[in-house]
Design a protein around this ligand. Structure first.
Ligand code: PGA
Length: 258
């Protein structure tokens, strides 16, 4: 049984006060609900607030991570933030290969693969995102696209590091659109990805890696999605921005944990 992992990708939202309040509310929820020890909960604030959120949440079980990192260790890379800097302010994880990075900022698999290896080397866990566009799905290319993204992202990752990797399947057409993959559609791709992990590594690795679903996850669809055999959690954008929406998603994760 894989431990459900629910993560909130805050993207470029929330100011300092709102970020602190949201993290505080989640921390209180975890504290007040001992059963929540059966799930992992992460928040991924804008990098400028990481330091403060980590310090506010010190001692809580909340995972605090970054939304991106540089593919170089240090030096003349204006505007970039290194893995070491993220570690320095206490981040423990990083989201890489998000479709907004791939499609709005032109990140390709090779660059993402380099970031993944640097992040692992520097001590960060990784959520590696993969997902097809609507056009790719309609053209029957979903499996080919996610396979290429998975292979590219994991290019330099050894089997022994796979316990620090979470995969997020996020169909691009479902992100921020209100359209959600049906539980069966999502399950089919998750099962395919798990099969691929088994051929790239071993059955044991494939069995233990968590694969989150992302794309318009909300309280009303979380229970159904999380009840699917190969859906081990969620990467949530819009619905992770308020405790009113995110906590019911955590509850859905808890229900799936038993
Ligand atoms: P969404 O975003 O939940 O707002 O669709 C998900 C994501 O991009 O991780």
């Amino acid at each position: 049984m894989r431990r459900p992992y629910l993560a909130g990708n805050w993207k470029m939202n929330l100011d300092r006060r709102a970020a602190r309040e949201l993290a505080g509310a989640l921390g209180e929820y975890l504290e007040a609900n001992p059963a929540s020890k059966d799930i992992d909960v992460g928040v991924f604030p804008a990098s400028v607030y990481l330091d403060e959120i980590v310090r506010t949440m010190g001692g809580s079980r909340l995972i605090v991570g970054a939304q991106n990192c540089c593919d170089e260790e240090a030096g003349a890379y204006t505007g970039e933030v290194s893995v070491a800097m993220l570690r320095d302010v206490g981040a423990s994880s990083v989201i890489l290969g998000h479709s907004e990075r791939r499609h709005l900022y032109g990140e390709a698999d090779e660059l993402i693969g380099r970031k993944v290896s640097l992040a692992l080397l520097g001590g960060l866990d990784v959520i590696l995102c993969v997902g097809e566009t609507q056009e790719e799905r309609e053209g029957g290319a979903t499996e080919g696209v996610v396979a290429t993204q998975l292979r590219g992202g994991l290019e330099a990752v050894s089997a022994s590091d796979m316990d620090r990797i979470t995969i997020a399947y996020e169909p691009v057409w479902a992100i921020g659109t209100g359209l959600t993959a049906s539980p069966d559609q999502a399950q089919a791709v998750h099962a395919y990805l798990r099969g691929l992990l088994s051929s790239l590594y071993t059955d044991e690795v494939a069995d233990s890696v968590r694969i989150q679903y992302g794309g318009s996850v909300k309280p009303s669809n979380a229970v159904e999605l999380l009840s699917m055999a190969d859906i081990d959690g969620a990467l949530v954008g819009g619905a992770a921005l308020t405790p009113e929406n995110f906590i019911p998603i955590l509850e859905a994760g808890l229900a799936a944990a038993v």
